[in-house]
Design a binder for this molecule. Structure first.
Ligand code: 7TS
Length: 413
């Protein structure tokens, strides 16, 4: 009853109407899109913003004095202000545009990591990280002699926090942790991790790839040092995203890439760097997609994150209950706090076979290791079937998934 009461005022049909792709057919069936953790669909406002930018305002930014250049610059910089408020960053200069979470993490690894880590220093990550929060640290560890430590994951898909506390020491220089797991949905206690890491003098990077679209993000409340975002998982375009960093750290970091825009003055003898955020934005950026990212955030704000979250929680609970009725099906990831990700395996059938048969019914899910191979290894699984829900999904669509799954299992067994 509580969940229903909270959902009064959330009009899923009004939300759905804003997403043109949701009306299309796949293999002769209405599309049921449950691959939102991979990338979310785009509302008309985002498509319009892209169209509008190219039709009316296209120019290079920060350099032209003509009207189009000024308009393009203003639109690009407006997204920075919108992101700043969206995550409650203290200053707009702390919002660095990147291609997305992968580039944001690599930026920190190659600039902060290369200058601050030395042999014997320790980096703590967790056993449920996406490859993009593992491999950059392995590369930097190899370059610097730093050592990678891993917080283990329980069978339920939660961090073994007591082990985290034993790993943490004054040797720890960085903790890089996923806020919400893409494979399990687990919401990690990042605030607790940040407090503990700071007490040892370590810096904390939070991978916000999955959390930003679902949870209210307040980087000041979290007190994280870095926070990484991908626009495409927040209903925005692909190819753009954000690294938030505290000014004091960003100021001290060397540039990531050299080129136009990131310099103050260039001579063959000595080049000086531009101010934040431009020091980290070399070359012509992804202007159009960054401009349209603002429309995506405006859309999320117009719906309201709390209303959407309550609705998504309801969907997850409904899906979990329905899935558990299926004979031989096991939910993978039973953490107490989860975003709307339902991962599961089915006895005697391979996830990929299920994925193909579901697609034949118009249902899009992801199957496989979800770029979290060490986690799958820990859980003793080759992969899972993952249905991840967005605010435009419905219980009726979950019913379609359940029927399609039942049919697929009959065919495969
Ligand atoms: N971190 C997490 C937790 C992710 O889920 C992803 C993408 C990334 C980092 C990388 O983000 P990118 O935008 O730079 O690619 N996760 C997924 C997924 O679960 N299915 O496809 C991509």
């Amino acid at each position: 009853m509580q969940a229903v009461a909270e959902n009064i005022g959330f009009d899923v049909m009004a939300v759905r109407k804003q997403f043109p792709v949701l009306t299309r057919m796949v293999k002769g069936k209405p599309l049921v899109y449950f691959d939102n953790a991979a990338t979310a669909q785009k509302p008309q406002a985002v498509i319009d913003a892209l169209d509008n930018y190219y039709k009316l305002h296209n120019a290079n930014i920060h350099r032209g004095i003509h009207s189009l250049a000024e308009e393009a610059t203003a639109a690009y910089e407006a997204t920075r202000d919108t992101v700043q408020h969206f995550i409650n960053a203290p200053q707009r200069e702390e919002i660095i545009f990147t291609r997305g979470v992968t580039e944001s993490i690599n930026l920190v690894a190659y600039t902060w990591g290369r200058t601050n880590l030395k042999a014997g220093d320790e980096i703590i990550i967790s056993g449920m990280e996406h490859h993009s929060n593992i491999v950059p640290w392995q590369l930097i560890a190899e370059m610097t002699g730093a050592v990678l430590k891993v917080i283990p994951v329980t069978e339920n898909g939660e961090l073994e926090m007591e082990v985290f506390y034993t790993l943490l020491s004054t040797k720890t220089k960085l903790v890089a942790i996923v806020h919400a797991s893409n494979s399990l949905g687990t919401i990690n206690p990042v605030k607790e991790i940040i407090v503990a890491a700071h007490a040892k003098g370590a810096v904390v990077l939070v991978d916000g790839a999955q959390s930003t679209v679902h949870l209210d993000i307040d980087v000041q409340d979290l007190d994280c040092d870095f926070f990484a975002i991908s626009s495409h998982k927040v209903y925005g375009p692909t190819g753009t995203g954000v690294l938030y960093g505290k000014t004091v750290l960003l100021e001290a970091m060397p540039p990531f890439m050299g080129g136009g825009e990131m310099i103050k003055d260039v001579s063959f003898e000595k080049t000086t760097w531009n101010d934040l955020p431009y020091k980290f934005e070399a070359g012509t950026p992804n202007i159009a997609d960054t401009v349209a990212f603002k429309a995506a955030i405006d859309f999320v704000n117009s719906v309201g994150k709390i209303a959407a979250l309550n609705y998504e929680n309801d969907l997850l609970q409904y899906a979990t209950n329905q899935l558990e009725q299926i004979d031989g099906l096991r939910i993978v990831g039973k953490a107490k706090h989860k975003v709307s990700v339902a991962s599961f395996v089915i006895e005697g059938v391979h996830p990929q076979d299920i994925g193909i048969l579901l697609d034949n019914q118009g249902v899009a899910v992801r199957t496989g290791h979800h770029c979290t191979q060490p986690l799958m290894h820990r859980l003793g699984l080759p992969g899972t079937i993952r249905a991840s829900f967005a605010m435009y999904n419905t219980k009726e669509e979950i019913d379609v998934l359940i029927a399609a799954l039942t049919k697929a299992i009959k065919l495969l067994r």
